[in-house]
Design a protein around this ligand. Structure first.
Ligand SMILES: Cc1ncc(C[n+]2csc(CCOP(=O)(O)OP(=O)(O)O)c2C)c(N)n1
Ligand SMILES: [Mg+2]
Length: 650
């Protein structure tokens, strides 16, 4: 493709066109070169090869409008022969566009993502939260924040942070700790190694996360004679590392000694497309499978040994199995505090861990017998090496029995409650029935992730899209756009709390502009149900967690409800909205939403006080050690008691 350029070095090209030069180089700006490079990058795994960065999201300002913005324009309206297209997508908020890119990448099992360009200063720092989310969740995204002048002649440029301790410090240094790779391109030729490193990190399953190339605004517009080779089509092979034989042997020895083993499936099992291997492993060994927020659906909920969510918001069946387990096999999990119930989930003093993870850092957790491997390759190798060994039959029987008991216990969650407004668990039960197996439900923060973790039955690895690594309010709505772009054939449903909605509703405009048919389910309970119940159970009386008017009598935010009208607010973006206050009406509204060809919102009035599902997990949220409040003192006593089983796994 790029080879065409040498043949076509005619003098008729305008000054703004890519001009090939005699020595196999082409004269382009840094912005133009970056766009052209990115459009030629492919990722391949198992013989499937796709363009790694099929588009660029952006919001322009003086930092990028004439640099990368010009390059995207030129690419769109007057591409050089042989140059691949780089579609541009306009967002409303920089944080949101990173969420959209992350959701896209996650839905594509990390085999594709978007680039995101932002102007300098606030435009760039708005992306820092998105970067942290991507890095925490191990999802690839390429960030292109603009930076202050490399020449420094005009310092301080509008929006520059001046640091008297160092002239090379800018706000973009805030990306360093939240990026898996960071480089600042202060001279054009630095782009060559940086762009190649960026691609290496983005496509490495063990390294991946946010990758940031910080682009000073003057450098973006500077010209350079780039070697044509830089732009040749490149294929990055996404690795499936296989276990080292000795590590596999060690793992087999530990597992063979187990009488009450469990397997915990994390997000890595999904990203590596290990579902079939996991089902085969479970069938061969009889080991019950528990799941994390990122791993739910790796094994279908219909599998008899799929026991469901473990940990703080897990179900009792999974937590009882975890408490007794003598061997815990973690597959593609990074063991967050929600998975370990803040180090209280695994109570057997003899408990040992075997971790299969593509990242040694995660494989080593909890003093595990570590197997550094791709999840799919590792499960297949482990099943073969176990050579017919099975867990005791009564262990699997007990696991199934417990799951049955839990399912009985939670039945009332899905029935109408004796209260005016529905509990959100009723809505989730209905949604779980209504959605197709390969439709996608998205959520990230509030009281919803806990309820979903305990109750949702995911029957495919694609259906359950919970961002619970960074649990970032505001992910859901832009994520629905990204997931829909990645899988147009799926219904994509974002469940959005009213607090979350108020934090970041803007991307509805982008959903409308891009004609993406998503379904937004907004749960209106006039406050933060999640943090309210956490506050109450921790002795802080739901302080500051409801949305209420300032009360002149008390001076507190405990007056009447706000007049804020969420349905009218959503309608103002130009999409259909239905408001419902019962589960029966919700079902009908959902059916209508499915029939539509355009985005729809269903605003559901729900009860702030739940009730929530029963569950025996615990989460470590420290309570004030001294207090003048009786409620806090009582909560502290409970807290100290709850800490007793907390331990290191050594
Ligand atoms: C960006 C961000 N800020 C703050 C928090 C802490 N937080 C977690 S849940 C929550 C309230 C969510 O309210 P809402 O969306 O209405 O859901 P509900 O709790 O009512 O289910 C807050 C403030 C967060 N997770 N993310
Ligand atoms: Mg709420």
């Amino acid at each position: 493709m790029s080879d065409h350029l040498t043949a076509d070095g005619s003098a008729t090209q305008g000054a703004d066109r890519a001009a090939p030069t005699a020595a196999g180089t082409v004269r382009l700006t840094v912005g133009q070169a970056l766009v052209r490079f990115l459009a030629a990058q492919y990722a391949e795994r198992d013989g499937v090869r796709e363009r790694f960065i099929p588009g660029t999201f952006g919001i322009f300002g003086h930092g990028n409008v004439a640099g990368l913005g010009q390059a995207l324009l030129q690419n769109a309206v007057s591409p050089t022969e042989g140059e691949d297209e780089m579609p541009y997508y306009q967002a409303r908020n920089e944080q949101n566009m990173v969420h959209t890119a992350v959701a896209y990448a996650r839905t594509k099992n990390r085999m594709q993502t978007f680039a995101c360009t932002a102007s300098i200063g606030p435009g760039s720092t708005n992306m820092v939260t998105g970067a942290a989310l991507a890095t925490v969740d191990r999802i690839p995204v390429l960030l292109l924040p603009s930076d202050i002048f490399a020449t420094r002649t005009v310092d301080p440029v509008l929006q520059q942070l001046e640091d008297e301790t160092g002239g090379d410090i800018s706000v973009n240094d805030a990306f360093r700790p939240v990026s898996r790779y960071f480089d600042r391109i202060s001279r054009p030729e630095q782009l060559i190694p940086a762009a190649l490193q960026a691609m290496r990190v983005l496509t490495d399953p063990a390294e991946t996360g946010a990758v940031t190339l910080s682009l000073p605004q003057d450098v973006q517009a500077e010209v350079f004679d780039w070697p044509l080779e830089f732009f040749r089509e490149r294929t990055w092979h996404v690795a499936r590392p296989v276990p080292e034989p000795a590590a596999l042997e060690r793992a087999v020895e530990v597992i063979r000694s187990a009488s009450r083993p469990v397997l915990i499936a994390g997000g890595g099992a999904i990203y590596s497309e290990a579902s079939e291997a996991l089902a085969a492993f479970t069938d061969a060994t009889g080991i019950p499978v528990l799941d994390t927020q990122a791993g739910k659906g790796a094994l279908s909920a219909d599998h008899p040994l799929c026991i469901g969510g473990v940990g703080s918001t897990g179900n009792n069946a999974a937590n009882e199995l975890a408490a007794e387990a003598d061997v815990i096999i973690g597959v593609g999990t990074r063991y967050t505090d929600f998975t370990t119930a803040s180090h209280t989930a695994f109570r057997n003093p003899e408990a040992r861990f075997v971790n299969l993870n593509v990242k040694a850092f995660d494989a080593a957790k909890h003093s595990a017998t570590m197997v550094v491997t791709d999840a799919r390759a590792g499960l297949a190798a482990l099943a073969a090496a176990l050579d017919g060994w099975t867990a005791p039959a009564e262990h699997g029987e007990r696991a199934r029995q417990r799951r049955g008991d839990w399912e009985e216990l939670v039945k009332p969650c899905f029935q109408p409650h004796d209260q005016e407004l529905p509990a959100q668990t009723e809505i989730f039960g209905a949604l779980n029935e209504l959605m197709g197996e390969e439709d996608i439900v998205i959520n990230a923060a509030g009281s919803m992730p806990g309820d979903l973790q305990a109750l949702w039955k995911a029957r495919s690895p694609i259906q359950y899209h919970l961002e619970y690594g960074y649990s970032c309010m505001g992910y859901e709505l832009p994520a629905s756009l990204g997931a829909k772009m990645a899988r147009p054939q799926s219904e994509v449903v974002a469940i959005i709390g009213d607090g979350t909605f108020q934090m970041a509703p803007q991307e509805i405009a982008t959903i409308v502009a891009e004609r993406m048919k998503v379904i937004l389910v907004v749960l209106q309970n006039h406050g933060w149900s999640s943090i309210g119940s956490l506050s109450e159970s921790h002795g802080s009386q739901r302080f500051g967690t409801k949305y209420r008017m300032r009360n002149e009598a008390t001076g507190l935010l405990d007056g009447e409800k706000l007049p804020f009208d969420i349905p009218a607010n959503i309608r103002s973006y130009g999409i259909e909205v239905e408001e419902v206050s019962s589960t029966v009406d919700f079902r009908e509204a959902y059916r209508r939403a499915e029939q539509r060809t355009e985005a729809t919102a269903i605003v559901v009035n729900t009860d702030l006080y739940g009730p929530n599902p029963p569950g025996n997990g615990w989460w470590d949220v420290p309570v004030a050690a001294v207090s003048t409040l009786e409620s806090t003192q009582q909560a502290r006593i409970q807290y100290e008691k709850a800490l007793e089983p907390q331990r290191h796994y050594l």
